[in-house]
Write a protein of this length. Structure first.
Length: 276
């Protein structure tokens, strides 16, 4: 039995099938971990979403910003953006089941010494602290008050964590850190504008995983979201979004031995900027 962590699919279902074929994936024994962004901008978001849902307990996925965008659009609180490919899901006969399943997914997963989150963790959060905060939001999102959360989720403020944050401001910071974070200061102030590779950074900002003294350092964290960073495998951070949507590659890592697997996504081209 093996466990494969897979980078952002974003509706590139055919590439996912080729990747699983390349590792001789055994659906009866192997498991898949997905770093989020199962859907959007790729050609077959509906098939990708159905596939992961139908895997049941053999698949673990954390929520990405595009997954949350789907939920917000479906609830009527946001419009589709240029390049979005959510129409098939929204018109599907099993739409309600798919959306309810997606709402019940985690923001963060911790198991057997590994941590998985879509974007990142703020520097003052240990893994255990971040997990507790993620669970706060997960309970609301899966519960009867989820519409209020979705309605207030968008926004860039507050842009840093304080322990006394409450209500929607508290939830927004947690969601933004775990699904949108790339750069922050030593104090955890987030930047949502710099989306390219981590060069020529704004003064005082670091990639979230490179902040000196990060409380979550030392426990391996798997994440995606940052396609312009690309595949990045270090001792305690593994970035798996290698830009399949933009014609690069879809990547996976086998947790048991950290072996990396990739398939080419040549010919695939997203319709908007890869920085988003």
């Amino acid at each position: 039995m093996a466990t494969y962590a897979v980078g952002d699919i974003q509706g590139c279902f055919e590439a996912l099938q080729r990747l699983l074929d390349s590792v001789d994936f055994d659906p009866a024994g192997d498991r898949l971990w997905f770093v989020g962004d199962l859907v959007n901008r790729g050609p077959d978001s509906l098939a990708a979403l159905r596939f992961v849902k139908d895997m049941g307990e053999r698949a673990i996925t954390v929520l990405g910003n595009h997954d949350l965008h789907l939920l917000t659009v479906a609830a009527g609180f946001a419009h589709q953006h240029r390049g979005d490919t959510l129409h098939d899901i929204l018109a599907a006969p099993d739409r309600d089941d798919l959306l309810a399943w997606l709402r019940s997914r985690k923001l963060m997963h911790v198991e057997a010494g590994w941590t998985m989150v879509h974007a990142g963790l703020l520097p003052q959060w240990s893994v255990s602290r971040a997990l507790a905060l993620a669970q706060e939001v997960e309970r609301v999102l899966a519960g009867p008050d989820h519409l209020a959360l979705l309605h207030s989720m968008y926004g860039n403020v507050p842009d840093e964590w304080h322990d006394d944050l409450a209500g929607h401001d508290r939830w927004r910071v947690i969601v933004n850190a775990m699904t949108r974070l790339r750069l922050c200061t030593r104090a955890g102030k987030m930047d949502f504008h710099h989306k390219s590779a981590p060069r020529r950074l704004p003064e005082g900002y670091f990639p979230w995983y490179a902040v000196p003294g990060r409380a979550s350092a030392g426990q391996p964290i798997i994440f995606g979201h940052w396609s312009t960073l690309g595949l990045h495998a270090a001792a305690d951070v593994i970035a798996l979004d290698s830009g399949c949507l933009w014609g690069n590659a879809l990547s996976a890592m086998r947790l048991e031995d950290r072996r990396i697997f990739q398939v080419s996504c040549a010919g695939m081209r997203g319709t908007t900027s890869p920085d988003d």
